[in-house]
Design a protein around this ligand. Structure first.
Ligand SMILES: Cc1cc2nc3c(=O)[nH]c(=O)nc-3n(C[C@H](O)[C@H](O)[C@H](O)COP(=O)(O)OP(=O)(O)OC[C@H]3O[C@@H](n4cnc5c(N)ncnc54)[C@H](O)[C@@H]3O)c2cc1C
Length: 308
């Protein structure tokens, strides 16, 4: 892995650095590029703007690796408030939610996470929308897929995420590509060891293409989460090859990244979903976005240096 990326991902787990970054006034401006705000109202405002411009949305209430039951409960309550607001604002048809199981107690107890995420799924159904379970580091993959299978027993539209950098993923795609199954394919954002994950970018891209073919050949609803200018046209071409019409798969990109490309794809008739994170616990998320692209890190460091 690129040494800068490893360094930034290591900083993501360092509490001293976290406090320094969170306290820097400039963080606010940088965070705003990637994060919709801290409150439900701000998240709804951004969602409205994106929906009005022809995009769809998945909202993530930021937080992860919770080892505190009360914090897990607060996360559930934040999602319930959000889902009610989406319904009240008439946005539930165009906006769903993404949930990290470690934010609702997975590290404490898988059953607690299942109970908590079930409350979110029930509220989503009541509001007329769906839930996707984000995928986190590889130590959680099996547990997350078990929880997914249980949830799908009651709410078949719950979406899964698979990460192309994991060696196992092409087989997971084959297992998850059944009828009605919503599956997001991404490259993967965590620092993973060579035994479980491809380390070379080219190998990750090849894996992404193998996985997208499996998902497009299946009977599910694939969701292609990538900003990669080489992969987007490959998705398009392979979708045509598999006889997929717009509406039978979608593109997904992160809030603040390649917004022009998001609009371009939507104007071509594709469903494009923007992943919109919000909330006060933005640190880990921001660090992963910076790690993905040296230019983002340089922008952040320059801004810090010019204001301190
Ligand atoms: C909707 C969505 C949901 C996701 N959910 C998960 C999840 O559940 N679990 C998980 O592990 N990961 C998730 N990810 C993150 C994903 O795994 C990657 O880390 C991230 O998307 C970058 O990969 P990429 O495919 O864009 O390709 P990369 O190889 O990282 O980038 C390719 C090109 O895209 C552009 N680009 C990429 N990132 C940036 C950036 N930060 N700023 C500016 N330009 C950029 C650049 O042109 C770059 O050259 C998600 C991503 C998206 C879009």
């Amino acid at each position: 892995m690129n040494p800068l990326r490893s360094l930034i991902l290591a900083a993501a787990g360092n509490d001293v650095i976290r406090r320094a970054v969170a306290a820097a006034p400039v963080s606010r401006d940088v965070v705003r590029r990637f994060v919709a705000g801290e409150s439900t109202a701000e998240a709804i405002g951004v969602t409205r703007r994106l929906v009005d411009s022809g995009l769809t949305v998945t909202l993530d209430y930021l937080g992860e690796d919770t080892t505190d039951e009360d914090l897990a409960d607060q996360t559930v309550l934040a999602y319930l408030e959000l889902l009610e607001a989406l319904r009240a604002e008439g946005l539930a048809g165009r906006a769903e939610v993404s949930v990290k199981l470690t934010a609702v107690g997975q590290l404490l107890d898988e059953r607690l996470a299942l109970t908590n995420v079930s409350r979110i799924c029930a509220a989503a159904q009541e509001s007329g929308t769906t839930v996707t379970l984000d995928m986190e580091d590889h130590t959680t993959t099996d547990s997350t897929l078990r929880v997914l299978a249980e949830l799908r027993g009651t709410w078949p539209t719950v979406g899964a995420v698979v990460q192309a950098y994991l060696r196992r993923t092409v087989e997971d795609c084959a297992r998850l590509a059944g009828e009605g199954s919503r599956v997001r394919l991404c490259k993967g954002a965590y620092a993973e060891p060579g035994e479980v994950a491809y380390q070379d970018k080219h190998e990750v891209n090849l894996s992404y293409v193998r996985c997208l073919n499996v998902l497009l050949a299946g009977d599910g609803y694939p969701m292609f989460a990538t900003h990669d200018p080489r992969l987007v046209p490959i998705v398009d071409a392979r979708a045509a090859h598999h006889g997929r019409k717009p509406g039978s798969f979608e593109f997904q990109m992160l809030y603040g990244i390649r917004p022009d490309e998001q609009r371009r794809l939507a104007e071509l008739g594709h469903t494009v979903r923007v992943y919109v994170p919000y909330g006060v616990r933005w640190y880990g998320y921001l660090m992963r976005r910076l790690a993905e692209r040296p230019a983002n890190t340089a922008f952040f460091l320059r801004a810090l240096a010019s204001r301190s």
